[in-house]
Design a protein. Structure first.
Length: 336
């Protein structure tokens, strides 16, 4: 597989933001926009080492959308209708966490100085909140880790990142189920990744090692021999059938993110196995042996079902594909 293509992401975008859903490769404009996806777009575009002029404009639009979604108290709207009107009240759900992840990444990595400053201002206006959801907190912690990586003295980011361990908890004592929740749900690897980031940046070795232990277990249970068999949309627990469907690209992308961070923190080549399996999952090394992306359009398929890929190419799945291929290019391209 080649490196990431942004062609389909541009197809799903307009001068307002990023359309959430697609019918095949065509945007479903009637469903409007979702901050969850726009914030993911901020992450992947800010990660790119070299942005074309067109992608800089796209990043600017995503940043403007995120800023527009932010309420005066630091909460965020999530859903914008096709009429450009908000469909919800500001809150602290996953979209709040992903907004901070996107803003933190843009503040640390965006190639345009004024956008870095604007993103940091918006991050700081929301980072005092503490959400009820562990995943929302973990997404926000990844944004805080980006800010802290760029500025080791940033107290607000350090405080947010330091609180993630109490949200996730310690690994359990049962070897077959050390996971801190009763079931695996979605984007599971974000929990150990946040612990690894916190432990590394805050020099808390136990927290880092707890994250590595959870990630090692997760990669094992989400693999079938040498390919990924990720947790389905309905979640999973020991004893339930495998393989299980519908498998979501976001789960694969979260594993790639976490394994990439584990490798960067430890230098242990074993973590490249997870990145390699994630890239291969999109290329067809999965439970059905079918590609999970459209080579012609550059879009990612929306899920792997019993009957094969859901060939709609929405924003979440396309961004999951791009994110995973970014790690593949950065880590596997130089290591073989």
């Amino acid at each position: 597989m080649t490196g990431p293509s942004f062609t389909h992401l541009a197809r799903l975008s307009d001068d307002t933001g990023l359309y959430e859903h697609a019918d095949g490769p065509l945007p479903r404009r009637e469903h409007g926009y979702c901050l969850d996806d726009v914030a993911r777009g901020l992450v992947v575009l800010s990660r790119e080492p070299e942005l074309s002029a067109d992608l800089v404009i796209l990043l600017e639009r995503y940043l403007a959308f995120t800023a527009h979604a932010q309420a005066d108290d630091g909460r965020f709207h999530n859903r914008l209708g096709p009429d450009r009107g908000w469909r919800d009240e500001p809150g602290l759900g996953d979209w709040w966490g992903r907004a901070l992840w996107g803003l933190g990444t843009a503040a640390a990595r965006c190639p345009v100085p004024w956008m870095r400053t604007a993103a940091l201002d918006r991050f700081e206006a929301s980072a005092h909140h503490r959400p009820p959801s562990v995943r929302s907190m973990a997404f926000a912690a990844l944004g805080a880790a980006e800010v802290l990586s760029a500025d080791s003295e940033h107290a607000l980011a350090a405080k947010l990142l330091g609180d993630i361990a109490s949200y996730v908890g310690e690994p359990g004592d049962v070897p077959t189920w050390p996971w801190p929740e009763k079931r695996l749900f979605y984007a599971n690897a974000v929990l150990p990744e946040a612990l690894i980031a916190a432990g590394h940046l805050l020099s808390e070795r136990k927290i880092r090692d707890d994250g590595l232990r959870l990630l090692d277990w997760l990669l094992t249970v989400e693999s079938a021999e040498i390919h990924l068999s990720p947790t389905p949309a309905g979640g999973w627990h020991l004893g339930e059938p495998r393989p299980a469907f519908d498998q979501q690209p976001i789960e694969v992308a979260a594993l790639a993110d976490a394994c990439a961070r584990a490798y960067q923190v430890t230098g242990d080549l074993m973590w490249l196995t997870g990145v390699r399996r994630a890239v291969a999952w999109f290329d067809g090394d999965n439970d059905l042996g079918l590609p999970m992306h459209d080579r012609e359009t550059g879009g990612g398929y929306d899920g792997l079902t019993h009957g094969g890929p859901n060939r709609n190419q929405g924003a979440e799945s396309t961004l999951a594909l791009i994110s995973t291929l970014q790690h593949g290019r950065t880590l596997l391209g130089s290591t073989g």
